[in-house]
Write a protein that binds this ligand. Sequence first.
Ligand code: SAH
Length: 391
Amino acid sequence: SLKVIMLHTALRAGFFLMNSTRQNIKTLIPDKLEERIVGMGLKKYRAAQVFEWIYGHHAASFDDMTNIANAERSLLAKRFYISALRVLRTEYSADGTRKFLFELEDRHTIESVLIPDENRSTLCISSQVGCAQACRFCLTGRGGFRRNLEAFEIADQVVAVGKVLAAEPEGTVAASGGESSRERFRHITNIVLMGMGEPLANLDNVLKALKIITADKGPGFSPRRVTLSTDGLVPEIEKLGRSGMKVNLAVSLNATTDEVRNRIMPVNKRYPIKELLAACRRFPLDDRRRITFEYVMLRDVNDSEADALRLAKLLRGIKCKVNLIPFNPFPGSEFKRPDDAMVQRFKKILAGHHYTALVRESRGGDISAACGQLRERLTADAASASDRLVP
Ligand code: SAH
Protein backbone atom coordinates (compact mmCIF):
# COMPACT_ATOMS: atom_id res chain seq x y z
CA SER A 1 0.00 0.00 0.00
CA LEU A 2 0.94 3.64 -0.29
CA LYS A 3 1.55 3.93 3.43
CA VAL A 4 4.03 1.07 3.37
CA ILE A 5 5.81 2.58 0.41
CA MET A 6 5.98 5.96 2.12
CA LEU A 7 7.29 4.41 5.29
CA HIS A 8 9.88 2.51 3.30
CA THR A 9 10.97 5.68 1.51
CA ALA A 10 11.23 7.53 4.78
CA LEU A 11 13.34 4.77 6.27
CA ARG A 12 15.63 4.77 3.27
CA ALA A 13 16.07 8.53 3.52
CA GLY A 14 16.85 8.11 7.20
CA PHE A 15 19.49 5.50 6.48
CA PHE A 16 20.95 7.72 3.81
CA LEU A 17 21.19 10.67 6.17
CA MET A 18 22.81 8.57 8.88
CA ASN A 19 25.42 7.36 6.48
CA SER A 20 26.01 10.69 4.86
CA THR A 21 26.47 12.56 8.11
CA ARG A 22 28.64 10.01 9.82
CA GLN A 23 32.09 9.06 8.66
CA ASN A 24 33.59 5.59 8.60
CA ILE A 25 36.17 5.82 11.38
CA LYS A 26 38.31 3.21 9.65
CA THR A 27 39.14 5.69 6.88
CA LEU A 28 41.19 7.58 9.53
CA ILE A 29 43.23 4.54 10.55
CA PRO A 30 46.16 4.28 10.98
CA ASP A 31 47.53 7.79 10.60
CA LYS A 32 44.73 10.37 11.00
CA LEU A 33 42.75 9.05 13.95
CA GLU A 34 44.72 10.72 16.72
CA GLU A 35 44.50 14.15 15.15
CA ARG A 36 40.73 13.88 14.71
CA ILE A 37 40.18 12.59 18.23
CA VAL A 38 42.21 15.44 19.69
CA GLY A 39 40.35 17.86 17.42
CA MET A 40 37.10 16.68 18.99
CA GLY A 41 38.40 17.61 22.43
CA LEU A 42 39.15 14.06 23.55
CA LYS A 43 42.40 12.91 25.10
CA LYS A 44 45.03 11.66 22.71
CA TYR A 45 45.18 8.19 24.26
CA ARG A 46 41.55 7.62 23.28
CA ALA A 47 42.79 7.06 19.72
CA ALA A 48 44.89 4.08 20.81
CA GLN A 49 41.95 2.72 22.78
CA VAL A 50 39.60 3.04 19.81
CA PHE A 51 42.18 1.35 17.59
CA GLU A 52 42.55 -1.54 20.00
CA TRP A 53 38.80 -2.00 20.27
CA ILE A 54 38.35 -2.06 16.55
CA TYR A 55 41.39 -4.02 15.40
CA GLY A 56 42.24 -6.01 18.51
CA HIS A 57 38.79 -6.91 19.80
CA HIS A 58 36.56 -6.83 16.71
CA ALA A 59 34.35 -4.11 18.24
CA ALA A 60 31.40 -3.44 15.98
CA SER A 61 30.05 -0.44 17.85
CA PHE A 62 31.24 2.34 20.12
CA ASP A 63 28.97 0.91 22.83
CA ASP A 64 31.42 -1.97 23.17
CA MET A 65 34.24 0.38 24.19
CA THR A 66 33.72 0.03 27.91
CA ASN A 67 36.87 1.83 29.02
CA ILE A 68 35.77 5.00 27.26
CA ALA A 69 33.43 7.36 29.10
CA ASN A 70 29.77 7.23 28.08
CA ALA A 71 29.60 10.82 26.91
CA GLU A 72 32.68 10.34 24.76
CA ARG A 73 31.30 7.14 23.27
CA SER A 74 28.11 8.88 22.20
CA LEU A 75 30.11 11.77 20.77
CA LEU A 76 32.10 9.28 18.71
CA ALA A 77 28.94 7.48 17.62
CA LYS A 78 27.44 10.76 16.45
CA ARG A 79 30.39 11.51 14.18
CA PHE A 80 31.47 8.04 13.11
CA TYR A 81 30.39 4.54 12.29
CA ILE A 82 32.51 1.39 12.10
CA SER A 83 32.35 -0.36 8.75
CA ALA A 84 32.68 -4.10 8.28
CA LEU A 85 33.16 -6.23 5.20
CA ARG A 86 30.04 -8.15 4.38
CA VAL A 87 30.50 -11.86 3.71
CA LEU A 88 28.36 -12.52 0.66
CA ARG A 89 29.34 -16.12 0.22
CA THR A 90 31.72 -18.76 1.54
CA GLU A 91 32.75 -21.70 -0.63
CA TYR A 92 34.45 -24.84 0.65
CA SER A 93 36.91 -26.88 -1.38
CA ALA A 94 37.25 -30.64 -0.97
CA ASP A 95 40.87 -29.99 0.14
CA GLY A 96 39.81 -27.75 3.03
CA THR A 97 40.47 -24.44 1.28
CA ARG A 98 37.81 -21.84 1.86
CA LYS A 99 37.00 -18.87 -0.34
CA PHE A 100 35.26 -15.78 0.99
CA LEU A 101 33.43 -13.37 -1.26
CA PHE A 102 33.24 -9.95 0.39
CA GLU A 103 31.12 -6.99 -0.55
CA LEU A 104 32.58 -3.51 -0.14
CA GLU A 105 30.48 -0.47 0.73
CA ASP A 106 30.28 0.60 -2.92
CA ARG A 107 29.06 -2.88 -3.87
CA HIS A 108 32.27 -4.00 -5.53
CA THR A 109 33.33 -7.47 -4.46
CA ILE A 110 36.68 -9.05 -3.64
CA GLU A 111 37.78 -12.53 -2.72
CA SER A 112 40.07 -13.88 0.01
CA VAL A 113 41.20 -17.47 0.34
CA LEU A 114 42.00 -19.39 3.53
CA ILE A 115 44.38 -22.30 2.96
CA PRO A 116 44.65 -24.56 6.00
CA ASP A 117 47.54 -26.97 6.29
CA GLU A 118 48.59 -29.43 8.94
CA ASN A 119 50.39 -26.90 11.06
CA ARG A 120 49.53 -23.58 9.58
CA SER A 121 46.73 -21.69 8.01
CA THR A 122 47.48 -19.11 5.34
CA LEU A 123 45.13 -16.31 4.41
CA CYS A 124 45.49 -14.95 0.90
CA ILE A 125 44.14 -11.40 0.62
CA SER A 126 43.40 -8.96 -2.20
CA SER A 127 44.86 -5.48 -2.66
CA GLN A 128 42.75 -4.15 -5.55
CA VAL A 129 39.35 -4.70 -7.12
CA GLY A 130 40.49 -6.28 -10.37
CA CYS A 131 43.99 -5.69 -11.67
CA ALA A 132 45.59 -3.50 -14.33
CA GLN A 133 48.65 -5.69 -14.97
CA ALA A 134 46.90 -7.84 -17.58
CA CYS A 135 49.05 -10.96 -17.22
CA ARG A 136 47.70 -13.30 -19.88
CA PHE A 137 47.60 -16.41 -17.71
CA CYS A 138 45.62 -14.78 -14.88
CA LEU A 139 41.84 -14.52 -14.77
CA THR A 140 41.92 -11.46 -12.50
CA GLY A 141 44.14 -9.73 -15.06
CA ARG A 142 41.75 -10.61 -17.85
CA GLY A 143 38.89 -8.88 -16.06
CA GLY A 144 40.55 -5.46 -15.95
CA PHE A 145 40.96 -2.94 -13.16
CA ARG A 146 38.21 -1.36 -11.06
CA ARG A 147 39.86 0.45 -8.18
CA ASN A 148 42.45 0.32 -5.44
CA LEU A 149 41.38 -1.00 -2.08
CA GLU A 150 41.60 1.38 0.87
CA ALA A 151 43.94 0.37 3.69
CA PHE A 152 41.03 -0.69 5.89
CA GLU A 153 39.52 -2.79 3.12
CA ILE A 154 42.78 -4.72 2.86
CA ALA A 155 43.23 -5.13 6.62
CA ASP A 156 39.56 -5.98 7.16
CA GLN A 157 39.87 -9.17 5.15
CA VAL A 158 42.06 -10.43 8.00
CA VAL A 159 39.60 -9.12 10.56
CA ALA A 160 36.55 -10.63 8.88
CA VAL A 161 38.09 -14.08 8.45
CA GLY A 162 39.59 -13.95 11.95
CA LYS A 163 36.15 -13.22 13.31
CA VAL A 164 34.57 -16.14 11.44
CA LEU A 165 37.27 -18.53 12.67
CA ALA A 166 37.15 -17.32 16.26
CA ALA A 167 33.46 -18.23 16.35
CA GLU A 168 34.08 -21.80 15.18
CA PRO A 169 34.70 -24.84 17.36
CA GLU A 170 38.33 -25.60 18.19
CA GLY A 171 40.29 -27.73 15.77
CA THR A 172 38.54 -26.55 12.60
CA VAL A 173 41.83 -25.14 11.39
CA ALA A 174 45.30 -25.32 12.92
CA ALA A 175 46.11 -22.52 15.32
CA SER A 176 49.51 -20.89 15.69
CA GLY A 177 51.76 -21.63 18.61
CA GLY A 178 51.13 -18.11 19.75
CA GLU A 179 53.39 -16.01 17.59
CA SER A 180 50.51 -13.76 16.66
CA SER A 181 50.00 -11.78 19.77
CA ARG A 182 46.25 -11.61 19.65
CA GLU A 183 44.38 -14.63 20.75
CA ARG A 184 41.56 -13.73 18.39
CA PHE A 185 43.70 -14.17 15.31
CA ARG A 186 45.44 -17.38 16.33
CA HIS A 187 43.65 -19.35 13.62
CA ILE A 188 45.42 -17.43 10.88
CA THR A 189 49.16 -18.08 11.01
CA ASN A 190 50.36 -16.53 7.74
CA ILE A 191 49.15 -13.82 5.42
CA VAL A 192 49.99 -13.53 1.74
CA LEU A 193 49.14 -10.59 -0.50
CA MET A 194 48.57 -12.84 -3.47
CA GLY A 195 44.87 -12.39 -4.10
CA MET A 196 43.30 -10.00 -6.56
CA GLY A 197 45.42 -7.07 -7.64
CA GLU A 198 49.02 -5.92 -7.77
CA PRO A 199 49.94 -4.83 -4.23
CA LEU A 200 52.83 -2.63 -5.33
CA ALA A 201 50.49 -0.68 -7.63
CA ASN A 202 48.64 0.31 -4.43
CA LEU A 203 51.68 0.55 -2.20
CA ASP A 204 50.65 3.46 0.04
CA ASN A 205 47.43 1.76 1.08
CA VAL A 206 49.15 -1.62 1.34
CA LEU A 207 51.77 -0.16 3.69
CA LYS A 208 49.05 1.36 5.86
CA ALA A 209 47.19 -1.96 5.89
CA LEU A 210 50.40 -3.75 6.91
CA LYS A 211 50.82 -1.27 9.72
CA ILE A 212 47.36 -2.21 10.98
CA ILE A 213 47.84 -5.96 10.54
CA THR A 214 51.20 -5.97 12.31
CA ALA A 215 50.20 -3.59 15.13
CA ASP A 216 50.68 -5.07 18.59
CA LYS A 217 47.32 -3.74 19.72
CA GLY A 218 45.71 -4.95 16.53
CA PRO A 219 45.90 -8.36 14.87
CA GLY A 220 49.59 -8.42 15.87
CA PHE A 221 51.05 -10.45 13.00
CA SER A 222 54.80 -10.58 12.82
CA PRO A 223 55.98 -9.17 9.45
CA ARG A 224 57.88 -12.44 9.01
CA ARG A 225 54.53 -14.14 8.67
CA VAL A 226 53.43 -11.82 5.91
CA THR A 227 54.43 -12.14 2.23
CA LEU A 228 53.83 -9.58 -0.47
CA SER A 229 53.86 -10.81 -4.06
CA THR A 230 54.56 -8.53 -7.02
CA ASP A 231 54.71 -8.95 -10.77
CA GLY A 232 57.81 -6.76 -10.75
CA LEU A 233 57.20 -3.01 -10.37
CA VAL A 234 60.83 -2.02 -9.87
CA PRO A 235 60.50 1.49 -8.33
CA GLU A 236 57.94 0.18 -5.84
CA ILE A 237 60.13 -2.80 -4.91
CA GLU A 238 62.72 -0.19 -4.00
CA LYS A 239 60.20 1.88 -2.09
CA LEU A 240 59.07 -1.19 -0.16
CA GLY A 241 62.70 -1.92 0.66
CA ARG A 242 63.14 1.60 2.02
CA SER A 243 59.83 1.57 3.93
CA GLY A 244 61.19 -0.46 6.81
CA MET A 245 58.17 -2.79 6.67
CA LYS A 246 59.99 -6.11 6.86
CA VAL A 247 57.56 -8.40 5.15
CA ASN A 248 58.71 -11.20 2.86
CA LEU A 249 58.96 -10.46 -0.84
CA ALA A 250 57.76 -12.79 -3.57
CA VAL A 251 58.36 -11.97 -7.22
CA SER A 252 56.33 -13.48 -10.06
CA LEU A 253 59.09 -14.09 -12.57
CA ASN A 254 57.33 -16.64 -14.76
CA ALA A 255 59.75 -16.56 -17.70
CA THR A 256 63.47 -16.63 -18.42
CA THR A 257 63.64 -14.48 -21.55
CA ASP A 258 62.30 -10.99 -22.17
CA GLU A 259 60.70 -12.24 -25.35
CA VAL A 260 58.48 -14.71 -23.51
CA ARG A 261 57.94 -12.48 -20.49
CA ASN A 262 56.89 -9.55 -22.70
CA ARG A 263 54.32 -11.79 -24.25
CA ILE A 264 52.75 -13.09 -21.03
CA MET A 265 53.36 -10.15 -18.66
CA PRO A 266 53.03 -6.62 -20.12
CA VAL A 267 54.88 -5.18 -17.08
CA ASN A 268 58.08 -6.65 -18.53
CA LYS A 269 58.10 -4.02 -21.28
CA ARG A 270 58.57 -1.39 -18.59
CA TYR A 271 60.84 -3.38 -16.29
CA PRO A 272 62.67 -6.15 -18.15
CA ILE A 273 64.12 -9.18 -16.41
CA LYS A 274 67.59 -7.72 -15.94
CA GLU A 275 66.30 -4.59 -14.19
CA LEU A 276 63.90 -6.62 -12.09
CA LEU A 277 66.59 -9.00 -10.87
CA ALA A 278 68.94 -6.10 -10.19
CA ALA A 279 66.27 -4.63 -7.91
CA CYS A 280 65.92 -8.02 -6.21
CA ARG A 281 69.67 -8.12 -5.63
CA ARG A 282 69.49 -4.71 -3.98
CA PHE A 283 66.45 -5.54 -1.85
CA PRO A 284 67.39 -5.42 1.84
CA LEU A 285 67.04 -8.85 3.41
CA ASP A 286 68.06 -9.72 6.90
CA ASP A 287 69.87 -12.91 7.77
CA ARG A 288 67.09 -15.40 7.70
CA ARG A 289 65.12 -14.14 4.79
CA ARG A 290 65.08 -15.05 1.14
CA ILE A 291 63.16 -13.77 -1.85
CA THR A 292 60.63 -16.19 -3.28
CA PHE A 293 60.43 -16.40 -7.05
CA GLU A 294 57.14 -17.66 -8.36
CA TYR A 295 57.16 -19.41 -11.69
CA VAL A 296 53.84 -20.30 -13.30
CA MET A 297 54.51 -23.29 -15.52
CA LEU A 298 52.90 -23.02 -18.94
CA ARG A 299 53.25 -25.97 -21.28
CA ASP A 300 55.55 -25.34 -24.25
CA VAL A 301 55.88 -21.69 -23.25
CA ASN A 302 58.31 -21.61 -20.32
CA ASP A 303 58.72 -25.22 -19.15
CA SER A 304 61.70 -26.52 -21.14
CA GLU A 305 65.04 -27.74 -19.81
CA ALA A 306 66.63 -24.72 -21.41
CA ASP A 307 64.29 -22.56 -19.33
CA ALA A 308 65.30 -24.34 -16.15
CA LEU A 309 68.98 -23.84 -16.93
CA ARG A 310 68.47 -20.18 -17.81
CA LEU A 311 66.52 -19.68 -14.58
CA ALA A 312 69.33 -21.20 -12.54
CA LYS A 313 71.74 -18.81 -14.20
CA LEU A 314 69.54 -15.74 -13.82
CA LEU A 315 69.05 -16.26 -10.09
CA ARG A 316 72.72 -16.85 -9.34
CA GLY A 317 73.82 -14.95 -6.27
CA ILE A 318 70.33 -14.06 -5.07
CA LYS A 319 69.25 -15.51 -1.73
CA CYS A 320 66.06 -17.10 -2.89
CA LYS A 321 63.78 -20.07 -3.29
CA VAL A 322 61.62 -20.96 -6.25
CA ASN A 323 57.94 -21.85 -6.18
CA LEU A 324 56.87 -23.68 -9.31
CA ILE A 325 53.13 -23.26 -9.86
CA PRO A 326 51.62 -25.49 -12.54
CA PHE A 327 49.17 -23.37 -14.51
CA ASN A 328 45.59 -23.33 -13.22
CA PRO A 329 43.24 -23.21 -16.16
CA PHE A 330 40.09 -21.10 -16.37
CA PRO A 331 37.39 -20.90 -19.03
CA GLY A 332 38.81 -19.42 -22.21
CA SER A 333 42.45 -19.60 -21.16
CA GLU A 334 44.92 -20.18 -23.98
CA PHE A 335 47.53 -22.07 -21.91
CA LYS A 336 47.93 -25.63 -20.71
CA ARG A 337 49.68 -27.02 -17.67
CA PRO A 338 52.75 -29.16 -18.29
CA ASP A 339 52.56 -32.79 -17.26
CA ASP A 340 54.01 -33.79 -13.90
CA ALA A 341 57.15 -35.35 -15.36
CA MET A 342 58.03 -32.05 -16.99
CA VAL A 343 57.49 -30.15 -13.73
CA GLN A 344 59.63 -32.65 -11.81
CA ARG A 345 62.42 -32.43 -14.36
CA PHE A 346 62.39 -28.63 -14.10
CA LYS A 347 62.53 -28.85 -10.34
CA LYS A 348 65.41 -31.35 -10.47
CA ILE A 349 67.50 -29.10 -12.66
CA LEU A 350 67.04 -26.25 -10.20
CA ALA A 351 67.85 -28.54 -7.27
CA GLY A 352 70.97 -29.68 -9.13
CA HIS A 353 72.07 -26.03 -9.11
CA HIS A 354 71.45 -25.85 -5.36
CA TYR A 355 68.17 -23.96 -5.43
CA THR A 356 65.33 -24.79 -3.12
CA ALA A 357 62.48 -25.40 -5.51
CA LEU A 358 59.01 -26.39 -4.42
CA VAL A 359 56.14 -27.42 -6.61
CA ARG A 360 53.22 -25.51 -5.25
CA GLU A 361 50.12 -27.37 -6.19
CA SER A 362 47.53 -24.67 -5.96
CA ARG A 363 44.72 -25.43 -3.57
CA GLY A 364 41.03 -24.87 -3.99
CA GLY A 365 40.90 -25.38 -7.75
CA ASP A 366 37.43 -26.94 -7.47
CA ILE A 367 36.01 -23.67 -6.15
CA SER A 368 38.11 -21.39 -8.39
CA ALA A 369 40.18 -20.34 -5.40
CA ALA A 370 43.57 -21.24 -6.85
CA CYS A 371 46.27 -18.81 -8.03
CA GLY A 372 45.04 -16.75 -10.92
CA GLN A 373 41.39 -17.76 -10.57
CA LEU A 374 40.02 -14.93 -8.41
CA ARG A 375 37.72 -12.33 -9.84
CA GLU A 376 35.06 -9.80 -9.06
CA ARG A 377 31.60 -11.29 -9.05
CA LEU A 378 28.28 -9.61 -9.31
CA THR A 379 26.11 -12.06 -7.50
CA ALA A 380 22.34 -12.06 -7.63
CA ASP A 381 22.61 -11.22 -3.97
CA ALA A 382 24.67 -8.08 -4.60
CA ALA A 383 22.63 -7.04 -7.58
CA SER A 384 19.31 -7.28 -5.79
CA ALA A 385 20.36 -5.88 -2.44
CA SER A 386 18.17 -2.79 -2.41
CA ASP A 387 19.81 -0.89 0.42
CA ARG A 388 23.35 -0.63 1.49
CA LEU A 389 23.54 -2.04 4.99
CA VAL A 390 23.96 0.64 7.58
CA PRO A 391 26.70 -0.58 9.89
N1 SAH B 1 49.98 -9.29 -8.71
C1 SAH B 1 50.79 -10.05 -7.78
C2 SAH B 1 49.93 -10.78 -6.80
C3 SAH B 1 49.12 -11.92 -7.38
S1 SAH B 1 49.86 -13.36 -6.82
C4 SAH B 1 51.75 -10.94 -8.52
O1 SAH B 1 51.69 -10.93 -9.74
O2 SAH B 1 52.60 -11.54 -7.91
C5 SAH B 1 49.27 -14.50 -7.87
C6 SAH B 1 50.35 -15.53 -8.22
O3 SAH B 1 49.69 -16.52 -8.99
C7 SAH B 1 51.43 -14.95 -9.11
O4 SAH B 1 52.66 -15.53 -8.83
C8 SAH B 1 50.98 -15.35 -10.50
O5 SAH B 1 52.08 -15.46 -11.37
C9 SAH B 1 50.31 -16.67 -10.23
N2 SAH B 1 49.24 -16.99 -11.19
C10 SAH B 1 48.43 -16.13 -11.81
N3 SAH B 1 47.59 -16.78 -12.62
C11 SAH B 1 47.87 -18.10 -12.49
C12 SAH B 1 47.32 -19.29 -13.05
N4 SAH B 1 46.32 -19.25 -13.90
N5 SAH B 1 47.86 -20.47 -12.67
C13 SAH B 1 48.85 -20.51 -11.78
N6 SAH B 1 49.40 -19.44 -11.22
C14 SAH B 1 48.92 -18.23 -11.57
